[in-house]
Design a protein around this ligand. Structure first.
Ligand SMILES: [Zn+2]
Length: 372
């Protein structure tokens, strides 16, 4: 594994590129952001909002939300700053933390907006999450696919073309889509939710009639509805930590506020805190790509000057390999499998190029703390 000279991201992150100086594309994009005229970008956002603002009282836009800090921030921008009338669109979690549920309600309590929430088929989901873990090592494929498809579908059905997403993940953090653009039109093909033929999933438990929520609208449907999906991170200087600090003034709470859950493997207490079981999914990056959330967040913090690279290396060493036991329990309670079955299912996904088995444990061959 090769690691970025500036942050702690390895070259195993899917789609990330390293330049001749050994610096990753996410760090280079971060440098570009320092040169952006944010006042000008804000003006562009106002112009765009004006184009979609309605006079008849109907919804002006859709804001896609989970209830977290970024959802709060998106609402703050579109409701408070731009004075628009958004409809919130959400895919309901299969389980909630107390704080996640509080934040979810707080969003509408504070900013005031209608929410349409999709409650996925739980009977199917139990089978699907397990199957997606065993076959693909991506247990939440069914959920994530709905998160991408549902807002577009709602935009078409409710005739609300402007759809707001938070950050452009591949551009901000490294991935296959490297173009700096406000348009989220290509988000569904960014490889975050792997594209597979439907046959890959179908069996006695999962049939085509069950997969309506996973089907993306066609290009023709999107074009005829004149959908305009956008990333807010193009228009404002997006930083998760700052969004969190600002949104605390609007009632957003982090795990530290209630001490509900001290997460293993995490170096912050404010991101993806609405559900426990889901976190099994981001952890699976560790066996597959040799890095997990501490690397992601540590890298962002280094880029934003919150910590040094040396401090990030230490955090990665202490945290990245850890799968939070409460997250695992919540996941297993939902899918109805044992821990033993879980580790057996994960076993084939340990990347033999990156790990070696020593005394029954998978050990990273080239960890960042051993790099010269
Ligand atoms: Zn980097």
């Amino acid at each position: 594994m090769k690691y970025c000279k500036k942050c702690v991201m390895p070259d195993t992150r899917p789609g990330i590129q390293f330049d001749s100086e050994g610096v990753c594309s996410a760090c280079r994009h971060h440098e570009e952001k320092a040169k952006v005229d944010w006042d000008k970008r804000w003006k562009e956002l106002e112009d765009l909002a004006d184009r979609y603002r309605r006079k008849d009282g109907y919804y002006d836009c859709i804001v896609t939300v989970s209830g977290g800090k970024d959802s709060h921030y998106q609402l703050y921008i579109f409701k408070e700053k731009l004075k628009m009338n958004p409809l919130l669109v959400n895919v309901f979690n299969f389980s909630w933390t107390d704080i996640g549920w509080m934040n979810y309600n707080n969003m509408s309590d504070v900013f005031g907006a209608d929410t349409i929430s999709l409650h996925l088929n739980r009977k199917l989901a139990r089978k699907f999450l397990w199957k997606a873990l065993v076959k693909m090592g991506s247990p939440t494929w069914y959920w994530d696919r709905a998160v991408y498809a549902f807002p577009l579908r709602m935009g078409i059905n409710f005739k609300i073309p402007l759809i707001i997403y938070g950050e452009n993940v591949p551009y901000e953090y490294g991935g296959f889509q490297t173009e700096e653009t406000y348009s989220a039109m290509n988000q569904i093909s960014n490889d975050v939710v792997k594209e597979v033929a439907w046959d890959y999933w179908l069996d006695d438990d999962i049939q085509m009639k069950d997969l309506n929520t996973c089907i993306y609208p066609t290009k023709e449907e999107i074009a005829s509805a004149k959908l305009e999906p956008i990333y807010l991170s193009y228009f404002v200087n997006w930083e998760g930590h700052k969004n969190m600090e600002l949104m605390k003034k609007y009632g957003f709470k982090s795990l530290d506020d209630t001490k509900e859950w001290k997460r293993a493997g995490y170096i912050e207490d404010y991101d993806q805190i609405d559900t426990k079981g889901y976190l099994v999914h981001p952890w699976l990056k560790y066996p597959k790509f040799g890095h997990a959330r501490a690397t992601d967040v540590g890298s962002i913090w280094v880029r934003n000057g919150r910590i040094t690279r040396e401090e990030a290396v230490k955090l990665v060493k202490e945290n990245d390999y850890k799968l939070d036991p409460e997250a695992l329990k919540d996941f297993l309670d939902f899918v109805g499998h044992t821990e033993e079955e879980f580790w057996k299912a994960v076993e084939p996904f340990w990347n033999k190029d990156l790990f070696e088995k020593v005394n029954g444990k998978w050990i990273l061959k080239d960890p960042i703390w051993k790099q010269k």
